[in-house]
Ligand binder design. Structure first.
Ligand code: FAD
Length: 380
């Protein structure tokens, strides 16, 4: 009851504070969204009809991240997974430059734009230096595909979801390649349960992928061998391979906030502290969604989409002055993940079940949710 009453009070304060901001700026409703990834693009698409939306992103396109590894073995797959922001953001402004500073009222971008806001949504996810234009990114996938095709032996560094999915894609599409996967941790896919790790290890081994756990690779000490490269691991082992792919976690893209008015709202890991309305703690008109938040749950794209939809609905209610509608709150989800293993199989962690093979593969591994995601963005 107390929790409910508090929530109700918070909901009211959300509306009251936002009402004040709206009245202060009669022609306001300027919503600035930082980051055109899964969360930012989704919220931009939903809000463009009721607010003046400005999307700030270093690149000109939105990428369906969970389909990126298929594009390395089949570059034409990327034609549908790289979506120019302009294809879904038809009624908003676009600034293609990273945010480098912010104040209580505006955002500064690297190319010198100053963008004023009434509501700010921060969705900068992980720092991933990818090309600015869609055509350059398509070209990059073609190059990575050539690298795979021309190698006989491939080293994958990292046994999280990216390394495992890449190993699965290559093992299934190019069964003659010799693949070695080296992972620092004691088991693969440490973000989900140990059963899923064991099943994945068996699956990869059955596809002739050599998995080495509890070791790291020194990428500063690669030597030329007899027509191959020689990689050394922390255990002193030598691995021969023609090339390698680095599949380790990327840092959060929140370092730029450390010198801003939000510096005290970052936790020790650089995540932004949010309340149950996904507002940055202590702020009334600044929100954070997606991988950068401190919400205690797995960082997943489908959750980033749910957070984006929640924020879009809440802001619509506030902006359109529909006081009768309730402001939604966000509750952390329990672990649920599907990691694809090539084109037909996958390993899935559900709350009470871990399974591997064709059934989870049927859910994810065919088109990797590309059709569904495009539909959500209003595209066929
Ligand atoms: C290989 C792989 C497979 C995955 N598989 C799945 C899956 O099957 N299911 C699932 O639910 N999730 C999956 N995920 C996780 C999912 O991709 C992330 O949870 C999701 O992308 C998070 O969305 P986001 O919007 O928070 O961040 P991102 O999608 O990382 O987007 C961040 C955006 O912010 C931009 N940006 C960065 N810095 C700045 C700045 N300073 N100013 C402005 N913009 C900035 C970036 O350019 C980018 O566009 C997978 C991830 C990977 C890498």
């Amino acid at each position: 009851m107390v929790a409910q009453a508090n929530r109700h009070r918070q909901d009211i304060s959300f509306i009251e504070e936002s009402k004040e901001s709206e009245m202060e700026k009669q022609n306001g409703k300027r919503v600035v969204i930082l980051g055109g990834g899964v969360a930012g693009s989704t919220v931009a698409k939903y809000l463009q009809s009721c607010a003046h939306v400005t999307l700030v992103d270093p690149k000109e396109y939105f990428e369906i991240t969970w389909a990126s590894l298929r594009s390395m073995v089949e570059p034409s797959f990327a034609e549908r997974t790289l979506i120019n922001h302009r294809d879904y953001l038809t009624n908003g402004d676009l600034v293609t430059s990273p945010a480098v500073h912010m104040t209580e009222t505006e955002v500064l971008t690297a190319d010198g734009h100053r963008v004023g806001y009434d509501y700010l949504i921060i969705a900068t996810g992980h720092a991933d230096p990818v090309p600015k234009s869609r055509s350059e990114r398509l070209h990059q996938y073609k190059q990575e595909n050539e690298k795979i095709k021309s190698a006989q032996s491939i080293l994958i560094v990292g046994g999280g979801p990216t390394g495992v999915e890449l190993a699965g894609e290559i093992a299934v599409d190019f069964p003659d390649k010799k693949i070695t996967l080296v992972h620092k941790g004691s088991r693969l896919l440490e973000f989900i349960g140990a059963k899923a790790s064991d099943k994945t290890l068996k699956w990869l081994t059955s596809k002739n992928v050599v998995v080495k756990l509890g070791q790291s690779v020194d990428l500063n000490a690669i030597e030329d061998g007899d027509g191959h490269k020689m990689y050394r691991t922390s255990n002193g082992e030598t691995i021969e391979a023609d090339c390698h792919f680095l599949c380790i976690g990327k840092p959060l893209a929140t370092a730029w906030l450390k010198e801003t008015v939000l510096k005290n709202e970052l936790d020790a890991q650089g995540r932004i502290k949010v309340d149950e309305n996904l507002r940055v703690k202590g702020r009334t008109n600044i929100f954070a969604i997606g991988d950068i938040t401190d919400i205690p749950e797995l960082k997943q794209g489908f959750l980033a989409q749910q957070q984006a939809e929640l924020i879009a609905n809440n802001l619509k209610i506030v902006i359109e002055g529909r006081r009768e509608c309730g402001i939604g709150t966000y509750k952390p989800h329990s672990a649920l993940a599907i990691v694809s293993l090539g084109r037909k199989d996958a390993v899935a962690q559900f709350p009470f079940l871990t399974t591997i093979g064709r059934i989870p593969g049927f859910i994810k591994s065919g088109d990797l949710f590309v059709g569904k995601t495009r539909k959500q963005m209003g595209l066929n």
